[in-house]
Design a binder for this molecule. Structure first.
Ligand SMILES: Cc1cc2nc3c(=O)[nH]c(=O)nc-3n(C[C@H](O)[C@H](O)[C@H](O)COP(=O)(O)OP(=O)(O)OC[C@H]3O[C@@H](n4cnc5c(N)ncnc54)[C@H](O)[C@@H]3O)c2cc1C
Ligand code: SF4
Length: 325
């Protein structure tokens, strides 16, 4: 598979990058490591005429701060740097761990945290080459007019498949965007939309500048990933659990599932079950049951969806037990 022809731009400043994007309009797209965008272009799923690299923007390559005050991670920091950074490993081990589960060492050397948080949604009928998709007359997400997962549906059900997304939502990360219209900061939870085509509440011209993680004032978190191959594979279920305790009693809790729907799914019932009580075995099992009941994995990725639903219980148990110990 060959890349289509495109113009490649390498701005040196944020102002220059967003200006180029504003000038080229819908024909433009940002690229970081390209480990998602370039395969998509080879499969003719995304066809930007101008590709604007964000790898030379100094501010996007920096990590500043620590767990006491919160940390700011530039969007172009590579996944390998996230895995190896001493402060992230010490103060935000859940982030280093989730990054470590992404793809392979070579891809983590290229792939960035920003690209991971803005990853295209995935589906068995979409992640195929052009000829394969043409053979089924394409689908709603690109070039077609039927969804093969739910033929009566006017919505695309392609699945949010990033490992860091559920973690960022669970721990309350904030994302900073820039465009020629200025800057805005939003909660990670507010970025994702439950639609496989319009999966981000973000304009295409907005550049992700940085990811801001909150201070680690006593909270703990864990990420558990279900995939077929341990060596590398996209998540078909990811469970991120976040717990804040005071005096042995849980004061805040979030269970967020990834890899089962077009956007990450917070299971509010699981969090509510835990709040106001000690994190003991009974509460952990009750929260895992709530995750099982509410999880509705879609049947358009690897593994049988009923089994992935069962695994929502097991992986929530694992995540909460990991926090407990
Ligand atoms: C074989 C293989 C296995 C993989 N396995 C996994 C896995 O297990 N888990 C997982 O989560 N991912 C996986 N991935 C996906 C991908 O490698 C990672 O998600 C990676 O982090 C993407 O980062 P990138 O910098 O390469 O993104 P890019 O491809 O550069 O960009 C991805 C998207 O983000 C946009 N973008 C990038 N940076 C910015 C920015 N600063 N501002 C605005 N828009 C931006 C691009 O326009 C594009 O739409 C895999 C990929 C491959 C090829
Ligand atoms: S969910 Fe439907 S529309 Fe979306 S990518 Fe899959 S088949 Fe296409």
């Amino acid at each position: 598979m060959r890349l289509p022809k495109f113009e490649y731009r390498t701005p040196q400043t944020i102002a220059e990058a967003v200006k180029i994007m504003a000038d080229v309009g819908p024909e433009g797209q940002f690229v970081a490591g390209g480990t998602d965008l370039y395969p998509n272009m080879k499969r003719r799923q995304q066809m930007p005429k101008t590709v604007i690299s964000v790898m030379r923007l100094a501010e996007l390559n920096q990590i500043t701060g620590d767990g006491s005050n919160g940390i700011r991670i530039g969007a172009s920091v590579t996944l390998t740097e996230i895995c190896e950074n001493e402060i992230i490993k010490r103060d935000y081990p859940v982030v280093a761990y989730a990054a470590h589960t992404i793809s392979t060492p070579l891809l983590r050397n290229m792939g960035t945290i920003g690209g991971n948080l803005l990853l295209d949604t995935r589906c068995n009928y979409y992640d195929q080459n052009y000829e394969w998709r043409k053979g089924i007359n394409f689908c709603l997400k690109k070039d077609g007019d039927v969804c093969w997962v739910a033929p009566g549906s006017s919505k695309c059900w392609a699945v949010q498949s990033s490992d860091l997304v559920p973690v960022m939502v669970a721990i309350g990360a904030k994302l900073r965007f820039a465009s020629t219209l200025g800057e805005r900061v939003i909660d990670a939870a507010g970025l994702y939309n439950d639609d496989g085509i319009e999966y981000l509440h973000k304009r295409p011209d907005e550049l992700l500048v940085s990811i801001e993680l909150p201070p680690t004032n006593g909270w703990r978190a864990s990420y558990q990933k279900l995939r077929r191959r341990g060596a590398f594979d996209f998540p078909v279920l990811g469970v991120a659990a976040y717990i804040q305790s005071h005096g042995g009693v849980v004061s805040d809790a979030k269970i967020v599932l990834g890899g089962i729907a077009p956007s990450p799914v917070e299971i509010k019932e699981a969090g509510t079950t835990l709040i106001g009580k000690p994190l003991d075995s009974n509460q952990i099992h009750a929260a895992a049951e709530a995750a099982y009941i509410k999880a509705r994995p879609l049947d358009n990725t690897d593994f049988v969806y009923q089994w992935r639903k069962q695994m929502a219980r097991q992986y929530t148990l694992r995540a909460l037990k990991d926090i407990q110990t």
